[in-house]
Each structure stands twice: as C-alpha cells, then as structure tokens.
Design a protein around this ligand. Structure first.
Ligand code: URA
Length: 211
C-alpha cells in the first residue's frame, strides 16, 4: 500500500534492532537501549536536510570555511510518556537541540485527547520541530499533539516513530498533510484495543517495566 508523505527508514541495523525489541522476552534494559540506538539511526535520516551555517576554522595546516549545524534551531518534542525513549539517542547526535514535551490523555467520556502538560522552548516559530513517539497507532494522540505544537506557533514539523499502523498513518496524514512521517516499519493493522499488530506491545510499559 502506498503511504504518501511517509518515509520508511529501512536499514539492516534498524531492522535487526527492531526484531529484538519486538520479542516478548527482551528485558526492559535491553529494550530501552535498543530504542535509544534506533532513535539515533532514525534521527540521522530525519535530519538529512538540516541547515548548516559556515564558519571559519583553522586546521593544523590552514584556515578554511567549514559547515556547522545550527543545533539551537532544532527542537525535539516528546509526546509523553513513551516519546522520552527516543530523546536520548537524538540528543546524543545534536546535544544543543532544544526539547519540548506534550502530554495528552484520552477523556473516557468524550474519547477526545485532553492536554495535561505542554512545555516548548521559546521562539518555536523559528525552529524545526521533530515530534517523537515510538508508536503511531490510531494516530489520534499524535495528530492532537502536533496540532498543539502548531497552535504554539511551529511552522516546520516532522513526526518520527519506530512503528506505525496503516490506520495511524491515514489519520495522521489526513490531519497534517504538511508533516512528514518517518518510521522504521509499517505493521499490518491495529487490534480492537488500539495496539499495533504484530507490534511490540506497549512501548511505555516495555521501556519502564511498568504493568
Ligand atoms: N501504543 C503502544 O505503546 N503500543 C501499541 O501497540 C499501540 C499504542
């Protein structure tokens, strides 16, 4: 199936790590470590078009004009709580990036996402925002989180996950056709509880050893 505006970051290292993450017997510490490693590899692809400025440096032999990242222009936004598992690897790559957090829960009556936490760095309108959540399942909370990031003023946003369901991609890209989705893999479908099949289970629980 064709998924417009979606990039599958397909690399043997990512495939291998994802297989181990999917296995039910993989322990919490290993799961977290693999998530961190995959996030670094995903960030490499997502940040491919990051702008550089040019600075003058001196090598041991002569001076030259050399490219340098404008890391401060970048903001990673974690969609709580599982998004935090993608932050560390990305910050290893771009330590000067800013970090925001968005927390949403589903109201049991209206079934609508309700914001319980939101903190973004200032001048968000000038930054490339990379919203991160390991699982794009129904797509509802990711779409709502990106909507809040847009309402805060962000104009350039990308969304990064590890696993996506076709249903989640459809919902998310319908709501935000201007926001490209980067994922390591697209799985078969959602089950009746909104879990991705075959998936890897509840990413937050597997990261933190809860449940
Ligand atoms: N969130 C998860 O952590 N896992 C899923 O399969 C779906 C949503």
């Amino acid at each position: 199936m064709d998924h417009p505006n979606t990039v599958i970051v397909d690399h043997p290292l990512i495939r291998h790590k994802l297989t181990i993450m999917r296995e039910a017997t993989t322990p919490t510490s290993k799961f977290r470590q693999l998530l961190r490693e995959i996030s670094l590899l995903l960030a490499y692809e997502v940040l491919r078009d990051l702008e550089c400025t040019t600075i003058e440096i001196r090598t041991p032999l002569e001076t030259m004009l050399a490219p340098k990242l404008e890391g401060k222009k970048l903001c990673f936004v974690s969609i709580l709580r599982a998004g935090n598992g993608l932050l560390d690897g990305m910050l290893d790559l771009v330590p000067s990036a800013r970090v925001g957090h968005v927390g949403l829960y589903r109201d049991p009556t209206s079934l609508k996402p309700v914001e319980y936490y939101m903190k973004l760095p200032e001048h968000i309108e000038d930054r490339l925002c990379i919203a991160v959540d390991p699982m794009l399942a129904t797509g509802n909370s990711a779409a709502a989180a990106v909507q809040r990031i847009k309402e805060a003023g962000a104009a350039r946003i990308k969304f990064v996950c590890v696993l996506a369901a076709p249903e989640g991609i459809a919902t998310f890209t319908a709501a935000h056709p201007d926001v490209p989705v980067y994922t390591a893999a697209i799985d078969r479908q959602l089950n009746h509880h909104g879990y991705i099949l075959p998936g890897l289970g509840d990413a937050g629980d597997r990261m933190y050893g809860t449940r």
